[in-house]
Design a protein around this ligand. Structure first.
Ligand code: SF4
Ligand code: SF4
Length: 246
């Protein structure tokens, strides 16, 4: 039986002395069911001993008010209010390194569960998701419109002045390292960002069919509009090019 068919949902959600919980129960259930309905959920949560091995090895737990053990316990005990609460800040501390998944004796993937919670936060247009993603709008623009973001020739002290003293570490044999990247087309911003028209149009179809664009519209309507314009323009260019071939 899948986790979506079982339930240990607690009867009362919210402050026991208040008649008006901050988030109504229906909404809390809807959010949890969205997390639980994902096909990865049953694979990534098999039970929890509450042993804390995941938290002991988690780099994010060392620096933030965050514990993968707590996240897993909230989901395992179906603590709807706690899950909602964790989605307001804590889940964004995870570095997605998956050390936890490699160590958990139950074969859980706390990092994977955090990813499901993040995706659900985006789907529900939570402010926490908007705040976390806002500084990355330039990255998302490039990534969604070209399929690429970073190319090796961007890694220069000038390009990453905000790295501070660490920028010295880019004094590496970059030319040699770039050769380790299998696709020569990804070596420079010029070649990585000038994407073939057909590839672009196919990429946009993938974004549409997989719901990426719907998520973007929920999180950042302005960026969504800009990307829609870029997509329309590329599609027109592709159609013109096709006409020219006839
Ligand atoms: S998720 Fe795994 S490692 Fe973490 S507390 Fe539960 S059983 Fe232990
Ligand atoms: S994936 Fe997240 S929760 Fe797991 S160890 Fe890495 S930072 Fe911690």
């Amino acid at each position: 039986m899948s986790a979506a068919e079982t339930s240990r949902i607690q009867e009362y959600i919210g402050d026991p002395v208040s008649d008006t919980p901050a988030v109504d129960r229906e909404k809390l259930e809807e959010i949890f069911q969205d997390i639980q309905a994902d096909m990865r959920y049953d694979h990534e949560l098999n039970g929890c001993l509450n042993c804390g091995i995941c938290t002991a090895t988690c780099p994010a737990a060392h620096y933030y008010d965050f514990s993968p053990r707590e996240i897993v316990q909230l989901l395992w005990t179906e603590n709807l209010e706690g899950i909602h609460d964790a989605m307001q800040e804590k889940i964004w501390s995870c570095a997605q390194c998956y050390t936890c998944a490699a160590r958990c004796p139950f074969g859980n993937s706390p990092g994977g569960l955090v990813m499901l919670m993040r995706e659900t936060a985006i789907k529900h247009g939570m402010e926490s998701a908007k705040n976390v993603l806002r500084p990355f709008s330039r990255v998302m623009l490039k990534l969604i419109s070209t399929g690429n973001q970073l190319s090796p020739d961007m890694i220069t002290p000038d390009g990453f002045a905000d790295w501070g003293p660490n920028v010295a570490k880019v004094d590496a044999p970059l030319e040699l390292l770039r050769k380790a990247i299998p696709m020569p087309t990804l070596h420079t911003t010029k070649t990585a960002w000038e994407v073939n028209l057909k590839t672009s149009v196919e990429l946009y179809t993938i974004w549409e069919e997989t719901g990426v664009l719907d998520s973007l519209e929920t999180i950042d309507e302005n960026l969504f509009d800009v990307i829609l314009d870029i997509m329309d323009e590329k599609r027109d260019d592709y159609e013109d090019w096709m006409d020219e071939q006839d």
